[in-house]
Design a binder for this molecule. Structure first.
Ligand SMILES: [Zn+2]
Length: 276
């Protein structure tokens, strides 16, 4: 047993120069790994896509396990195995009262059918595994403004506990332009989803996608190739919402990530820093 372990460690050390990470190893974080082209990578036993440049993605959900196991099979036949520590986080509790009861607890068959249809469309996008590494552009904030909702908080709507908040809310005035957080292709444009109103989703490649919701207007079309910073919509208050803001979400397949960790600190104009 210990002899085998020694061999693996040596192999790991020999290949260490061809493995690097960019991003926080923390719950909600996205890490872009880089190894040599042609390597095969698996995370916790599941193979993941490696780009022609050797880039691969690791995403850690809100309640991700505290360790992750990485295995790389290099083109020269050597193998690297690593167990990485994932940092835990503490999350806020957020109470929202005064929502129309019918939207907090949808009851009509029509509402339930709409929600099922919306969820199916969103799930289809989250399952895309496009070979392009558009995410290599990096991420930036789609709008600038005070955060009115953070990732992972437990929401209590009209006193009823709900799923944790799966993105960030940026408080920006109605009419503010929303831009694409990263390069990609528009894969969903919906004029009126039950919860999220006017909704756009962008595929960034390798299973990574972003979603922009509650908008008053949409400025791009399904299938459009866009760059980081391309205007995609207008901040609004469509769907289930108490005031104008942008809800922005990012996911790696079904794993929801914290967009704030991808975009980094926001350079908020001094005049806005006291708000929200
Ligand atoms: Zn939100």
């Amino acid at each position: 047993m210990s002899a085998f372990l020694g061999v693996f460690l040596l192999a790991g050390n020999a290949a260490a120069a061809s493995l690097s990470f960019d991003g926080p190893l923390t719950q909600g974080g996205l890490v872009v790994g880089k190894t040599e082209p042609g390597a095969r990578v698996s995370i916790d036993g599941r193979p993941v896509r490696v780009s022609s440049e050797g880039a691969f993605l690791m995403g850690f959900g809100r309640d991700a396990e505290k360790t992750v196991h990485l295995r790389l099979d290099h083109p020269d036949g050597t193998r690297t195995e690593k167990t990485l520590s994932v940092k835990g986080r503490a999350y806020k509790v957020q109470r929202i009262d005064g929502l129309p009861e019918q939207q907090v607890t949808p009851r009509t068959p029509e509402d339930l059918a709409r929600i099922r249809d919306d969820n199916a469309k969103i799930a289809t996008v989250r399952n895309l595994d496009t070979a392009k590494a558009w995410f290599a552009s990096g991420f930036q904030w789609p709008v600038i403004g005070p955060l009115s909702g953070v990732f992972g908080s437990q929401r209590i709507l009209n006193g009823e506990p709900r799923r944790p908040h799966n993105g960030v809310d940026v408080a920006a005035p109605r009419g503010t332009t929303v831009t694409a957080a990263a390069d990609g292709v528009v894969v969903l444009v919906h004029p009126d989803m039950f919860y999220t109103g006017k909704t756009v989703m962008i595929d960034h490649g390798h299973g990574l996608s972003s979603v922009y919701v509650h908008m008053d207007d949409i400025l791009i079309a399904d299938g459009q190739r866009i760059s980081q910073g391309t205007p995609i919509g207008i901040v609004g208050k469509t769907g289930r919402v108490t005031g104008a803001h942008l809800h922005w979400g990012v996911s790696l397949f079904g794993t929801l990530l914290d967009p704030a960790l991808l975009a980094g600190p926001m350079n908020l104009p001094a005049a806005q820093k006291k708000g929200g």
